[in-house]
Design a protein around this ligand. Structure first.
Ligand code: C5P
Length: 236
């Protein structure tokens, strides 16, 4: 069955200063172009919707139009933007992937792993933690140390049966629920979520240090070894 994909990139992302981080150059192209390229060239993805800020949705650049099927305007929160992205899919897909445009280095292997696991229940990529994690209360007092062996740092793309994700988002919109990822909506509805192996290269670019690391990776050969190609798009 075919899969749809939604890339959310409508955040203000101005922690780096200047334009939103997803439109900053990484290598020779905008950061957002990397993950759109990976999804658009994957043989199991038949439709790609990209969610962007209002000014960009009003006049999307050619490189973006060339990489996806539909560009839609986002909403005030990530959850709103995902809801608008799902609504922009033409439908008919068995499954859908939701990916953060702030994660440029998306390999075909990771896409395949999530798609394979999400046919009957939500599936999300996760990485074991190297730091020890503590629960902290008022005044910075440590309340407990969590069992690191059971913790995972969760990434995107997150995969869902499309009809299920639609229902979860419709309910969340009615409840005005907050969610930093989509799997949370399934968890709170009591629906089991499966974790598959994440990818250390699939980093989220949030700070200037993240962007510097991503730039370094572009020139390092690690991406090529993982089958992650730079998008061949023309940008002005
Ligand atoms: O802010 P956060 O790091 O959670 O953002 C994750 C992703 O969600 C980013 O790619 C960002 O552009 C997107 N987002 C969005 N609409 C919003 C807020 C965030 O599409 N209103």
């Amino acid at each position: 069955m075919s899969a749809g994909a939604v890339v959310v990139a409508a955040g203000s992302g101005r922690r780096l200063g200047g334009e939103p981080k997803q439109f900053r150059k990484l290598g020779k192209v905008p950061l957002l172009a990397w993950s759109c390229h990976a999804l658009s060239r994957h043989s199991d993805i038949s439709e790609l919707v990209v969610v962007v800020p209002a000014d960009i949705a009003a006049a999307p650049p050619d490189w973006l139009v060339g990489l996806c099927d539909v560009v839609v305007e986002g909403g005030p929160t990530r959850r709103d933007s995902v809801g608008l992205g799902i609504a922009g899919l033409s439908g008919g897909h068995g499954t859908v992937l939701v990916h953060d445009g702030a994660r440029p280095f998306l390999s075909a292997k990771l896409i395949g792993r999530v798609l394979e696991a999400c046919r009957d229940c939500p599936a999300i990529p996760g990485l074991p933690l190297t730091d020890t994690v503590k629960l902290v209360g008022e005044g910075g007092r440590v309340l407990s140390t969590l069992d690191r062996a059971r913790l995972r740092a969760v990434q995107t793309p997150q995969g869902f049966p499309l009809s299920l994700l639609r229902e979860l988002h419709e309910q969340a919109a009615r409840d005005d629920a907050e969610a930093t990822d989509d799997a949370f909506l399934a968890e709170t509805a009591g629906i089991p979520v499966r974790v598959v192996d994440g990818d250390p290269l699939n980093l989220k670019v949030t700070t200037g240090a993240d962007l510097a690391l991503a730039e370094w990776l572009v020139g390092s050969g690690d991406l090529e070894a993982a089958g992650i190609e730079p998008p061949g798009v023309e940008t002005s």
